[in-house]
Each structure stands twice: as structure tokens, then as C-alpha cells.
Design a protein around this ligand. Structure first.
Ligand code: F6R
Length: 244
């Protein structure tokens, strides 16, 4: 793991943007693995700004999102489909057919998992963007998930639902289940870029970097990845033993 500790969220987003820009401008057909949530929003803003200012081209880019809530219509304001379009895709020139997000709004979730794996099996993701849950989850791979997992349905932990309540009117409205890319697929990406900020993430960040590799902290699997860059702010780094 390569760890970069920065002063604040602005610097975190700028450093993460450098990594993505390098991939987008050097690969012929860049494949980006993308995350939702608050952590990558600053990065996504910079991608849009750069596209507008410098005409950075995304017409050959393909994207693969980590996860989606089940039981929410695509058009729901809090679906990850809406999140990604509102926070990134509408600001770039990625053709809609190049965008891949697991299907959560279906009666046949087993098929949705298989279909997503069928797409992913032929793809080498150049860089996988990740956030980390306060309980150490990556994607929606909650503690206890096998490191061999492919796309699957998860029951979201109470802690995850409480953390995500801020996007909904009440806890009752937060979906109980989600479809997520598995840890094995995440680990297949050529490069992983994980961003985390704030005190709320400090415990999970410590377990990911300094803890043992265990399913109790799904993000600890990343210790075994050959090219994993972790960019965190000082608050998220505050519980680390070593000074980096
Ligand atoms: C989102 C995802 C999750 C989030 C994590 C952190 O697609 O896969 O693992 O990255 O829950 O969320 P934020 O960034 O909102 O703190």
C-alpha cells in the first residue's frame, strides 16, 4: 500500500484527481471503477472542471460502479444511478452505453448479479476508486464477506444504514439491501485508489492499514494488492501508530 496523508479534503481530491487524470489521458480505452458516497465527490468535481477547461476526453472511457441499493427505482434521487449521473456523468462526455451500474431495481436479483459478473469478467479495470465505510466495508462488502466474493446481494449493517441516513428523510427510507461488486473483483483492478477523510473513518483506516488481514475488516484485503494508493486527510490518519 502506498499511503499519502494530506492536510484536508481539498488536497485529498486534488491528489486523487492526478491519479485518475494520468489513467484517462494515457490509456486508449480507460476502464474506471467508480464509487458513490461523499468521499469521491471532490474528485468528481475536479474531473468535470478539467473536462470543461481542458477538453479532457471521456468518449472512450468505460465505467463500472461498485454497488446499488436494491428496491429503489433508478430515478429515485438517492439511487446510485442518480448519484453518479448528478455528480459525474452529466458533466462528462462518457457515452451512456459505456456506463455500467449494477441493477438494483429488479425482481430477479440473482440474474442481476450474474449479468454484472458476466460484464466484469472480460474487463480489466485500470483504476478502481474506493471509499471506506466506518466499519471497514469497501463497496457494500460488509464485515464477514469472503475475500473470494463476486457480485452479490448484501443485507446492510445497521451502522451502514445509520451512516447513510443523512441522504434520506428517515432511517425507514434507507434500503436494507444492496447489490455489490465482490472483493475478488475489486482486487482484480490494476490499480486501487482509496480516499477517506474525517475522524469518523480513523478507526477503519487504522484497521485497513495497520490491522491484520481479516474479513472483519474487508478493506484490509487491500494490503495484498500490488498497486493500492490510499489518500487520507490528517483526521482519518489520526489513530495510526506510525507517523507517515
Ligand atoms: C459507495 C461505496 C461505499 C462507500 C463508503 C463510504 O459506492 O461503495 O463503500 O465508499 O460507504 O461512504 P462515504 O464516502 O459517503 O463516507
Amino acid at each position: 500500500m502506498k499511503l499519502i496523508v494530506v492536510k484536508d479534503y481539498k488536497e485529498l481530491s486534488e491528489k486523487a484527481f492526478e491519479v485518475i487524470k494520468e489513467v484517462v489521458t494515457t490509456e486508449k480505452m480507460p476502464a474506471l471503477g467508480l464509487a458513490t458516497g461523499s468521499s469521491p465527490v471532490g474528485l468528481y468535481k475536479l474531473m468535470i472542471e478539467d473536462h470543461k477547461l481542458n477538453n479532457t476526453d471521456y468518449s472512450n472511457v468505460k465505467t463500472y460502479n461498485l454497488d446499488e441499493y436494491t428496491g429503489l427505482k433508478k430515478e429515485h434521487s438517492q439511487s446510485y444511478y442518480s448519484f453518479m449521473h448528478d455528480n459525474l456523468f452529466y458533466g462528462l462526455n462518457i457515452p451512456e452505453e459505456n456506463i455500467h451500474i449494477p441493477l438494483g431495481d429488479t425482481d430477479d436479483l440473482v440474474k442481476a448479479c450474474n449479468d454484472y459478473d458476466a460484464i466484469l469478467k472480460d474487463v480489466v479495470v485500470d483504476v478502481q476508486v474506493l471509499g471506506i465505510g466506518a466499519n471497514g466495508h469497501i463497496g457494500f462488502n460488509e464485515p464477514g464477506t469472503s475475500f473470494d466474493s463476486l457480485t452479490h446481494i448484501v443485507e446492510l449493517k445497521e451502522k451502514t444504514r445509520l451512516d447513510n441516513k443523512r441522504f434520506f428523510n428517515s432511517l425507514d427510507e434507507v434500503p436494507t439491501h444492496a447489490i455489490t461488486m465482490g472483493i475478488a473483483t475489486i482486487m482484480n483492478a490494476k490499480k486501487v485508489l482509496l480516499v477517506a477523510n474525517g475522524l469518523n473513518k480513523a478507526k477503519a483506516v487504522k484497521a485497513m492499514i495497520e490491522g491484520e488481514i481479516t474479513v472483519d475488516c474487508p478493506a484490509s484485503a487491500l494490503q495484498k494488492h500490488d498497486d493500492c494508493i490510499v489518500i487520507i486527510d490528517e483526521e482519518a490518519a489520526s489513530l495510526l501508530d506510525k507517523k507517515y
